[in-house]
Design a protein around this ligand. Structure first.
Ligand SMILES: [Mg+2]
Length: 392
């Protein structure tokens, strides 16, 4: 059996272009689907996949570890950079999908699962619509409360918000009170049985991140995400040691060695590896093993498209420390038109039962994808109050 070609199918989904990867074999009707979505890098990723594909065309698609090593190590440059790590991930997911189809087993069973009866999911406020999740002003506390109520009405028991405003490296009380009022409004709206998460998007400096963590601590967040840059391991450690709120990070880390350093420093409670950015399911399983040695929780980053979600769920059904699946369900109204999924989402509680179909259990509708060709991603940029450039 041989890989004959690797295709990329780009699907414009408003603020992201989903990049679906199809690895096609010489066996009639046998192919696998992966995803390599990376905002604002779509052309680079499509090109990186074409470059990396040259290393694996003609090879046996079932030799996944061998092919991963080939893609990561060959041609001198290691696959640590965000574009190549994402390209490798997209292909790696498709290879696991192929192997599952050959074995006629869901991927989670290839890895000894399922380890649980269901996976819990959480949503972004507004279901992940760009305006609701990314553009609700942090000082509009009432809107945060209304969107929180809607998430619960949609069946979710947990949701994430961006309730922390961008700040200069040091600011006074005002942004702290703004964040506190937004979180207080959400807690007031949904009560204590619902889990609330706040994503700081790594905007704050370690000093501001610590102050946000302190003012939000009384609201019992399920976790506080990226309270400062992931490069600031000492800053993360200080924040984690200063509050009882669990600290989550890891979505921007692309390789095992950097994860190992983060974990060894005791700098987080939850590892948010991104399966489509860290080198795929092959790499994610290694990262999970190291996380397990530190007894950390796993909650993969997943604001991307439907193949990324299927991969996160298969991973979740195989990993004992996996706690919750990030989902986006309302970024575009036609999301379900482009994919057939093998798993079932229960409306009440938004839990997911195991996929019964082989591989990742998904099929992409290429005709639907063609209705949404590449467009430049919509700009999302941040400037601070003095006009200097901030972090999105
Ligand atoms: Mg995040």
């Amino acid at each position: 059996m041989k890989i004959v070609r690797v295709e990329t199918h780009v699907c414009h989904a408003r603020m992201r272009n989903w990049i679906f990867v199809k690895v096609v074999t010489d066996q009639d009707g046998l192919w696998g689907w992966g995803e390599a979505t990376l905002e604002w890098h779509t052309r680079g990723i499509v090109g990186a996949i074409a470059d990396v594909s040259e290393l694996i065309i003609g090879e046996d698609p079932t030799r996944i570890e061998y092919l991963w090593q080939m893609m990561f190590r060959q041609h001198f440059w290691h696959g640590n950079g965000i574009e190549r790590a994402t390209a490798i991930a997209g292909i790696d997911l498709a290879l696991w999908d192929i192997l599952g189809k050959i074995a006629n087993l869901p991927c989670s069973k290839l890895w000894g699962g399922p380890v649980r009866d269901h996976v819990r999911t959480y949503c972004h406020l507004g279901g992940g619509s760009m305006e609701d999740f990314y553009e609700t002003a942090a000082d509009d506390a009432k809107r945060f409360g209304d969107l929180a109520k809607q998430a619960v009405a949609d069946g979710f028991t947990a949701f994430k918000s961006m309730a922390v405003p961008p700040t200069l490296p040091l600011e006074g009380l005002k942004p702290l009170r703004v964040a506190e009022q937004a979180v207080a409004a959400m807690r007031e709206a949904v009560g204590e049985s619902i889990d609330i998460m706040v994503d700081c998007h790594a905007r704050p400096s370690p000093t501001m991140g610590l102050q946000f963590a302190k003012v939000l601590e009384p609201y019992g967040l399920y976790f506080l995400e990226e309270p400062c840059w992931p490069e600031s391991i000492e800053g993360l450690r200080t924040i984690k040691d200063s509050v009882r709120t669990p600290i989550a990070t890891g979505e921007r880390i692309t390789n095992l060695a950097d994860f190992a350093r983060l974990f060894a420093a005791g700098a987080c409670d939850i590892c948010q590896l991104d399966i489509t950015h860290c080198g795929g399911l092959t790499a994610a399983r290694r990262i999970a093993a190291v996380a397990d040695a530190h007894r950390l929780s796993l909650a993969p980053h997943n604001p991307q498209g439907p193949v990324s979600t299927a991969a996160s769920l298969e991973f979740g059904f195989s990993q004992p420390s996996y706690i919750i699946c990030e989902t986006v369900h309302a970024d575009v109204p036609w999301r379900q038109d482009v994919v057939q999924e093998g798993f079932i989402v229960e409306k009440q509680g938004r839990i997911v039962r195991p996929n019964a179909l082989p591989g990742l259990g998904i099929e992409i509708n290429e005709d639907e994808v063609r209705k949404h060709p590449f467009q430049q991603e919509l700009p999302q940029r941040v400037w601070y109050s003095d006009g200097s450039v901030g972090d999105w």
